[in-house]
Design a protein around this ligand. Structure first.
Ligand SMILES: NC(=O)c1ccc[n+]([C@@H]2O[C@H](COP(=O)([O-])OP(=O)(O)OC[C@H]3O[C@@H](n4cnc5c(N)ncnc54)[C@H](O)[C@@H]3O)[C@@H](O)[C@H]2O)c1
Length: 436
């Protein structure tokens, strides 16, 4: 058996619980979730307790951690030591690594703190919220004995790995043109405007918070990071000027999500995550958030064009109030093309033709590759990524370069930041300069 590594978790978030804390605790039986006071997530194969243990939780919300620890005790488990002070935790617990799953703007402080002590970091995407902060992390990592790994899990989805394999095998020649038309459905999209993500200071804006996922995936497929990016963005659907703004009872977004659990049923209801764990500090019941609030300062619609050193041109576009969720992807190479639709309706039904990769040789045949999603979070991506992080990279992972490096993650952040900057200045942004 490998040695069990000791991890401290910064931010007891929904993502932190689902993706790290519960698998590491071995609480992987979904039926636990319905048991009184119980938590459970994932599948049996996803039990990481043989590789890792959680030795500390750092969070700004002591009550949320107490509620979690009580649930653990109800399951006959020991509570996890809680620290409000990060530095104190690092000095007293001395973990082997920290897992950063707090809101995006806080990643920076946790990454730097760990690197100062030569401690390894696994951080959720986006690595940080600005290109300047990404540059600082890369410099700190160079000076530290610790390393930074970023959880760009989207690479691991079965269809995405297949696209990478096809490009890597030279099936379509050199990539010349990529178009990604991304849609976030009106329930999922609205949910960003009900949470901390809606403030640029906390998330970097959706260009960084959400699209860093897509930019990383696109760069990985293309096999390069871009030189220059130009973009536009706007707030069309949410915020105080929304054309749909209405009282909750008549609000089309509220009506469209009823029964799905995306919006809290009432303004004053205490907010909880998918495990029923509350957020008294982050979302106090007396300060309800709604999708038309004036404090919303991010865009919900944007497009970018980017140029890569090898000659590829990217065209990327997204909105957060669509009638479907997913994307159309078209990759044209010097010797052929790859086309993929990955999409579902708001209610979750797969769109016709979804998850079939069409591979056309320029002067040859066309074939269709059917892709089946695997079990586990994000179409089976999360368990594979966790295996790489905790047990070590699989041969496939090494062959495809599945694990995102900190430099790749920095580019994904910088592209989002460049898109925001370009939308304001109406000028293209040079990405290597932004990170130099
Ligand atoms: N890779 C993915 O697919 C994926 C999916 C969802 C979220 N995420 C990322 O995971 C992270 C968490 O997102 P979420 O929506 O699950 O969060 P969340 O809103 O569910 O929870 C945030 C937690 O952080 C705590 N917190 C707030 N400020 C803090 C601070 N300064 N220090 C420590 N803790 C603090 C809150 O009390 C809360 O417990 C984000 O970085 C997000 O971008 C990634």
């Amino acid at each position: 058996m490998p040695a069990i590594r000791r991890y401290a978790v910064c931010g007891l978030s929904a993502r932190g619980l689902a993706s790290f804390v519960l698998p590491i605790l071995g609480l992987t039986d979904r039926t636990d979730r319905t048991a009184e006071g119980g938590f459970g997530y994932g599948s049996d194969e996803d039990d990481l307790s043989g590789y890792a243990e959680v030795v500390a939780i750092v969070d700004t919300d002591a009550d949320r951690v107490t509620e979690f620890n009580r649930s653990l005790e109800a399951l006959g488990r020991a509570p996890i030591p809680f620290f409000a002070e990060y530095e104190e935790m690092l000095k007293t617990v001395v973990p082997d690594a920290v897992i950063v799953t707090s809101p995006d703007h806080t990643h920076e402080q946790y990454i730097h703190g760990a690197l100062r002590h030569d401690i390894d970091v696994i951080t959720e995407k986006p690595m940080v919220t600005t290109a300047a902060a990404a540059r600082e992390v890369l410099a700190a990592e160079r000076a530290s004995g610790g390393s930074v790994q970023v959880t760009h899990n989207l690479r691991y989805a079965a269809a995405h790995r297949e696209v990478k394999r096809l490009i890597q095998a030279g099936t379509i020649g050199r990539v010349a043109r990529v178009v990604m038309d991304y849609h976030v459905d009106l329930r999922h999209g609205a949910s960003y405007f009900l949470r901390w993500n809606r403030r640029r200071a906390l998330s970097g804006g959706l260009q960084v918070h959400k699209s860093s996922h897509h930019f990383d995936l696109l760069n990985w497929w293309i096999g390069e990071t871009p030189e220059e990016l130009f973009g536009y963005g706007a707030l069309n659907y949410y915020g105080p000027s929304s054309p749909h703004r209405a009282q909750r009872a008549e609000d089309p977004y509220f009506l469209a999500q009823q029964g799905s659990g995306v919006f809290p049923d009432e303004d004053s209801a205490p907010r909880a995550d998918l495990f029923g764990l509350h957020y008294p500090d982050q979302y106090p019941a007396d300060r309800p958030l709604y999708i038309y609030d004036a404090e919303i300062d991010i865009e919900d619609t944007y497009s970018a064009v980017a140029r890569y050193p090898g000659g590829a041109i990217l065209s990327y576009s997204i909105d957060f109030s669509s009638t479907w969720e997913g994307f159309r992807l078209s990759i044209a190479g010097t010797h052929g093309s790859i086309d993929l639709l990955h999409g579902r309706t708001v209610d979750g039904a797969a769109l016709p033709g979804s998850d079939r990769i069409t591979v056309a040789e320029l002067f040859g045949p066309t074939r269709v590759v059917e892709v089946t999603a695997e079990a586990g979070g994000h179409g089976g991506a999360d368990p594979l990524m966790r295996h790489d992080l905790f047990a070590g990279p699989s041969p496939e992972s090494v062959a495809l370069g599945l694990m995102a490096t900190s430099t790749e993650a920095a580019y994904a952040v910088a592209m989002g930041d460049a898109l925001i900057q370009s939308s304001t200045t109406h000028r293209p942004v040079n990405l290597p300069h932004l990170l130099a």
